[in-house]
Structures are given as structure tokens and as C-alpha cells.
Write a protein that binds this ligand. Structure first.
Ligand SMILES: CC(C)(COP(=O)([O-])OP(=O)([O-])OC[C@H]1O[C@@H](n2cnc3c(N)ncnc32)[C@H](O)[C@@H]1OP(=O)([O-])[O-])[C@@H](O)C(=O)NCCC(=O)NCCSC(=O)C[C@@](C)(O)CC(=O)[O-]
Length: 365
């Protein structure tokens, strides 16, 4: 039986909201189109937050109503384009947009709310306390559900906080339980500043289960500040039983409150690592032969046809999206796998050029 992991691509929202360079609406739409083209089916498309705080997300309504996204929604029935909504004002803007642009399928079928596990981060990110932000959510969730929208919930700073340091698992687990009880279909545990390691994730997930949050309702949202995110993802999936991973193409993003914090774990790195452990994702539906020593099948060095060729093409496409967006943002590609794939491709292209030159020179003789 094929084991599946759902990837929630958060680059166009969590990633871009923290990038210095602003992408135009057209480029954001193209980014989403490329991600969907590479097989991803859950792509967070933007947020309805204050444009004063997060100018990068101000164009979310234009992104959602673009003809390209409308075409993608009708082409792929499983496509989900969630948006982040912080408060009643954000929900009201989203619902007005849905009313102004009725369509089948709708512009989006899902929104995400967010709460912090600590008071310090809650004040900085939501301008309110943890309990007030929780208290404000039930009417918002009910209203969204009444309009047919699914609600996902994030808990931020689940393992460490830039203001309060180490976070004990009891706090985020209690917040996760409240969010589930309010009707969120899934809770994404956000290691916002990227301090997580496998053991810390294990303590957190165990505590969530102890407090009545089943692992089937959890997603892991890792950032990669200390380079431990991929090992955490593998542990969350293979050992702890989590089946939804949030990631960001090219590891876009960061955290404005935590100097040095990097973006989300890169989608390319997650798909690569999971495939080698035999896990299917929408980006690589059949990774069976990518296990163990068959790893060359995934890197796509020398095979050009058949099943293996299809897998390579899909994965290369995903890596090209990371290269593309990094170039547009004028930043280094944060995906290690993406950089390795680029290096290999450039070497092959150089070799091919040299071979062609040699053959051209021989032909002239
Ligand atoms: C937190 C609030 C909502 C507090 O909003 P507030 O309580 O109204 O207070 P404020 O002083 O921050 O408000 C600032 C201005 O924004 C307006 N405003 C208020 N709400 C909205 C809205 N929805 N849409 C548009 N405008 C809004 C509000 O009316 C006011 O306008 P002014 O009176 O100055 O002209 C606001 O400050 C805000 O939107 N901040 C941005 C929060 C944000 O986007 N953070 C990043 C996302 S969370 C995250 O990335 C973590 C996550 C989910 O990825 C998981 C993880 O890794 O941890």
C-alpha cells in the first residue's frame, strides 16, 4: 500500500509575507500556477490581514480573482487555495469578495486562523492576548462554516518563542485542543522560529494526544533556522504518524520577530526526503523506486523515458519553480535539494555544450 503525505504549500503566503521584495500580482499568480503545474494541490494563496503590517499580502483579492486561478480551479477539482484570516474584519473582506465573485468552484473553500502558544508572541503578532484571540474565534469559525468554508488553525511558536524562550508542550497542546473543539478540521503546529528537533516534536505530539488531540488532526509546520527541519519532518511522519506537512517552495520566508530565523522548510527538501523513505506526495505520487540506492531515479541524472522519466520530470519541475521564484525575488534559493539539482543541471549543460563544440570542431576538419 502506498503511504501518502499531504503537502500544504505555504510559500505564496507564509513565504512571501516575510520576503523583502514585493512580487507583483501577476508573478504571484504565476507562482501558484507553477506550483500547481508541479503537482501541488494545497497551496495557501494569501491572507486578509492589515496591509499596513503585511503589505506583501495586500494583493490577495486580485490573486484570488485572477482568470488564471479560475482556470486552475476548474481544471483541478482537488485544488484547495486557503487564505489566512486573523479576525472578523478579515473574514468580512473575504466574504464580500466571495459575494462579489460568485463562481463554481468558489474562489476559495478554506481559510486558516492563527493563535499563539505564548503571550509575548500573541501581543506582537495579533496585538492581543492568547485567551482574547481564542475567545474571538468561535463566531468567526461558525460564520465561515455557515458559508461552506473549511477552517484550518495554526498554533504559532509551539516549541520556542522569540520573547519567552523554550515553550513547554502543555501550552500549545491546550491551544490546539481548544481550536479543534471550536471546529477547526486540522491544527497546524507552527515551529515559527525553527528550533525544533525530533525529540521536541515527539514530546509535543504526545502531549497533544494526551490532551485529546488525535495525531490525525495535526499538521507539522517547520521552519529551518537550525537545519533540523527535514529530520523533524521525517520523524513526525515516519514515527509520530503525522500525515500533513506544511512547507514553502525554495524555503521562502522568515520571521520578523526572530533575528536570523529562516523560512519554512523547503518543499523540494521535504518531497525529496519523503520520497526516499517511500512516502507519496501530490508532487511525487509514486516514489517506490526512489527508495534506498535507487535514489538516482529521483535526481533524474540519466533516465529519460518511462515511469522513471515521469517521476524525474515532476520533481525537476518542482525544483525549477524554486529556482524561478528565487530569481524573481533576487535571493538565494533556500532549498538545499533545489541548489543541488541546479548544480547538476548546469554541469550537464556545460558538458553537453563542450561535447557539441568538440563535435563541431571535428566536423570542420
Ligand atoms: C493582528 C491584526 C489583525 C490586529 O489588528 P487590530 O487589532 O485592528 O490592531 P492594529 O493596530 O494592528 O490594526 C492596524 C490597522 O489594520 C487594520 N486591520 C485590522 N485587521 C485587518 C484586516 N483583517 N484586514 C485589513 N486591515 C485590518 C486596523 O483597522 C488598523 O487600521 P487603521 O485604524 O490603523 O487604519 C493586524 O495587526 C494584522 O493584520 N496584523 C498582521 C498579522 C499577520 O499577518 N501576521 C503574520 C501571519 S501569522 C504567521 O505567519 C504564523 C503562521 C500562521 O504562519 C504559523 C507559524 O509559523 O507560526
Amino acid at each position: 500500500m502506498l503511504h501518502r503525505v499531504k503537502i500544504v504549500e505555504v510559500g505564496p503566503r507564509d513565504g512571501l509575507q516575510n520576503e523583502k521584495a514585493l512580487l507583483s500580482t501577476e508573478l504571484k499568480v504565476e507562482l501558484i500556477e507553477r506550483l500547481v503545474g508541479a503537482g501541488l494541490r494545497d497551496v495557501e494563496a494569501g491572507s486578509f490581514v492589515s496591509p499596513k503590517w503585511v503589505p506583501q499580502m495586500a494583493s490577495t483579492p486580485d490573486v484570488l480573482t485572477s482568470p488564471t486561478l479560475s482556470r486552475l480551479r476548474s481544471l483541478h477539482s482537488s485544488l484547495s487555495l486557503p487564505v489566512l484570516v486573523p479576525n472578523a474584519r478579515g473574514l468580512s473582506s473575504l466574504l464580500s469578495l466571495l459575494d462579489a465573485h460568485p463562481s463554481d468552484p468558489p474562489l476559495t473553500n478554506e481559510l486558516a486562523v492563527f493563535v499563539s502558544a505564548t503571550e509575548g508572541f500573541s501581543r506582537a503578532n495579533l496585538n492581543t492576548s492568547v485567551s482574547s484571540s481564542l475567545d474571538a474565534l468561535p463566531p468567526l469559525i461558525e460564520q465561515a462554516q455557515a458559508r461552506g468554508l473549511r477552517v484550518r488553525a495554526y498554533v504559532s511558536v509551539v516549541l520556542g518563542c522569540p520573547f519567552e524562550g523554550r515553550v513547554e508542550p502543555e501550552q500549545p497542546a491546550a491551544v490546539a485542543k481548544r481550536l479543534l473543539d471550536m471546529g477547526a478540521y486540522e491544527v497546524s503546529l507552527g515551529d515559527t522560529i525553527g528550533v525544533g528537533v525530533p525529540g521536541a516534536w515527539e514530546r509535543l505530539v504526545n502531549e497533544c494526544e494526551r490532551q485529546g488531540v488525535p495525531v490525525s488532526k495535526l499538521a507539522a509546520h517547520c521552519h529551518d533556522t537550525y537545519g533540523t527541519a527535514v529530520s523533524s519532518v521525517l520523524h513526525c511522519v515516519s514515527t509520530l504518524g503525522i500525515r500533513t506537512i506544511d512547507s514553502s517552495i525554495a524555503a521562502l520566508g522568515g520571521c520578523p520577530y526572530s533575528p536570523g530565523a529562516t523560512g519554512n522548510v523547503a518543499t523540494e527538501d521535504v518531497v525529496y526526503a519523503l520520497a526516499h523513505e517511500g512516502w507519496a506526495t501530490s508532487a511525487l505520487p509514486d516514489p517506490d523506486e526512489a527508495r534506498g540506492e535507487r535514489w538516482d531515479g529521483l535526481l533524474g541524472w540519466d533516465s529519460t523515458s518511462g515511469e522513471q522519466g515521469v517521476r524525474e520530470t515532476r520533481f525537476k519541475e518542482l525544483c525549477r519553480v524554486g529556482e524561478w521564484v528565487s530569481e524573481r525575488l533576487g535571493r538565494e534559493n533556500g532549498s538545499r535539494v533545489g541548489r543541488a539539482m541546479k548544480g547538476r543541471r548546469e554541469r550537464r549543460e556545460r558538458d553537453e555544450r563542450k561535447r557539441a563544440d568538440r563535435e563541431g570542431a571535428k566536423a570542420k576538419l
